[in-house]
Design a protein. Structure first.
Length: 535
């Protein structure tokens, strides 16, 4: 193995974060940059998640990159909530436009990154047996990028087609006449199931926890809307900077109890019929902090479910009861509930009748045996920290990041951790991307990191490392921000509660995007207060 390949910066991942970070560092700061990417192409989330029905849950024109006016004017979104094939085309278009591919090594995963205190360089090793040395290490590994496959007895025994949704085959999968099983009913399954149901022979959905879902309200963008969108980009992105989740919608400055029950119902109805997340993050401001206020909206959703699902017993199974509304990212659906009115679709409550064993041709629950041609795992991700945990990252004195974070991540601003100098975790744990329109947070992070590196180079600073006390303060603040909300009550991926054995705590910042940006700007404006800078 040769150890003499050098770059100013190594970026891990060529998704939305890694692509923009490469552009900033190479084209604006003039650094030499090497990017490693596990996929055979760019796009990250939108490269891997090819399952039918995959699409944005943000309005397309609020989701794309905002940094290039030329790009904004050149690219035309076709739908208000753009589907995966178009999203991947968009990211490929960006890669071509900014000539990003020459710096990206595809089909290559980083297995380790070790910091050397003597010369202040990181040594990065890949699964292809190559090693690179670099001054800056930037992880752009994504929040939802390590698929989680649960430990269901006998899962390896299944001999027919089976995939996790994030490893969906590139070939067109056909469901006609097939018996299909889907395990999981999160946001992914809620997008997938109506698509499968269109042509399937028989569909069985195994549900552990019902979700509060809301109609997406997607439609094509008309020519007139296209003109308006292109004209209004500055306003759209300004709005995203000001809202809690960087979406177009934002909370009303009003309690649910400032309205009468009739007014509340009318407002919920209005928001329900609007496209997107207004029903979640554009409702009364105490919905996510006051259990009683929350219940008014939760019950509104249950009524909607009961009105759409014909069999009352199935409707009850689909009505979420164990967690407050909106404490999980709300799946946006298109005909999801009506799927259960079809005679060839069965919903199985696996809390009542658990899966006992998967076998070669299907699975057995406590009640019944099922045969499948295709078994789909829509079982989510080891979110936020999962992809970092899979890389052997070691800082000063050989300290392992995974071990340091065994009891939960410890970060400063979600962008770095003390003892890991010159390492930046773009959209890492404790970041402002929580309930967020993620690319908005990505751009903020990437720009902050780029400014920081520029500052270091201009001031001949060799090394930047978060101070332990600043890190402790931020880490405590992240948990305190969540403690004031209802989020800790749900077994969600926000809380790490979807992965057995993972520390149960808030993994992202619940204080809202504007507060997060303000804090980051303040730190940078005060010459990176909370960090130790060394010449
Ligand atoms: P989620 O939201 O984590 O959903 C995963 C689903 O898989 C959920 O219904 C889980 O049930 C289910 N699951 C997980 N483990 C098991 C086991 N062992 N047995 C049965 N069912 C299981 O992931 P998604 O991919 O749907 O969505 C992730 C994000 O992507 C989403 O928030 C959007 O931002 C886009 P549970 O609810 O844990 O009982």
């Amino acid at each position: 193995m040769s150890s003499d390949e050098l770059a100013d910066a190594v970026i891990i991942g060529a998704g939305i974060s890694g692509m923009y970070q490469l552009h900033k560092l190479r084209d604006e700061l003039g650094l030499s940059v090497k990017v490693f990417e596990g996929g055979s192409g760019v796009g990250g989330t939108w490269y891997w998640n090819r399952y039918p029905g995959a699409r944005f849950d943000s309005e397309s024109y609020s989701y794309g990159y905002s940094f290039s006016e030329e790009l904004l004017q050149e690219w035309e979104w076709k739908e208000h909530f753009s589907p995966q094939p178009d999203n991947l085309k968009y990211l490929e278009f960006v890669a071509d436009k900014f000539n990003l591919r020459p710096n990206i090594e595809f089909n290559t995963r980083v297995v380790s990154a070790h910091y050397n205190d003597d010369d202040n360089f990181w040594t990065v090793e890949t699964d292809k047996g190559r090693s690179f040395r670099c001054k800056f290490l930037i992880t752009a590994v994504g929040v939802l990028s390590t698929p989680f496959v649960p430990d269901i007895p006998g899962l390896d025994n299944f001999k027919r087609d089976s995939w996790h949704t994030a490893n969906w085959p590139k070939d067109n999968v056909k469901f006609e006449g097939k018996k299909v099983g889907v395990i999981g009913t999160g946001a992914t399954a809620v997008q997938l199931i109506p698509e499968v149901a269109k042509t399937v022979g028989e569909l069985t959905v195994f549900q552990r926890t019902a979700n509060f879902c809301k109609p997406i309200g997607n439609r094509l963008i008309s020519d007139a809307e296209q003109i308006e969108i292109k004209k209004n980009y500055p306003k759209i992105f300004q709005r995203c900077k000001e809202t809690f989740g960087s979406f177009l919608a934002d909370f009303e400055k009003k309690s649910a109890f400032d309205a009468s029950p009739e007014e509340r119902e009318a407002r919920y109805e209005e928001l329900w019929n609007e496209p997107g997340f207004g029903f979640w993050l554009g409702t009364y401001e105490d919905i996510l902090t006051d259990a009683k206020a929350n219940e008014t909206q939760a019950e509104f959703v249950r009524k909607k479910i009961r009105s759409r699902v014909k069999d009352p017993a199935v409707a009850e199974m689909l009505c979420p009861k164990g967690h407050p509304f909106g404490t999980k990212r709300v799946p946006l659906e298109n005909g999801y509930y009506e799927v259960y009115n079809r005679p060839n679709v069965e919903l199985v409550d696996i809390k009542a009748t658990p899966i006992e064993q998967v076998h070669a041709t299907g699975l057995k629950t406590a009640e019944k045996d099922y045969e499948f041609d295709i078994l789909i795992l829509a079982t989510g991700f080891d979110t936020v920290t999962g992809s970092l945990d899979r890389i052997d990252i070691r800082g000063i004195g050989g300290t392992s990041l995974k071990e340091k974070w065994a009891d939960g991540p410890k970060t400063y601003l979600g962008m770095g951790s003390s003892g890991f100098p010159n390492m930046f975790t773009v959209v890492g744990p404790h970041n402002g991307a929580t309930f967020c329109n993620i690319p908005r947070c990505i751009e903020q992070n990437v720009e902050w990191v780029s400014d920081c590196i520029k500052y270091m180079n201009e001031n001949r600073i060799a090394r930047i490392d978060p101070n332990r006390d600043a890190e402790d303060k931020w880490t405590t603040h992240v948990q305190e921000a969540a403690a004031g909300t209802l989020f800790p009550e749900a077994d969600s991926w926000f809380m790490g509660a979807n992965i057995p054995g993972k520390k149960r705590q808030m993994y992202l910042y619940a204080g809202g995007s504007p507060l997060y940006r303000e804090k980051c700007d303040q730190v940078a404006g005060n010459h990176y207060e909370g960090y130790t800078l060394r010449k």
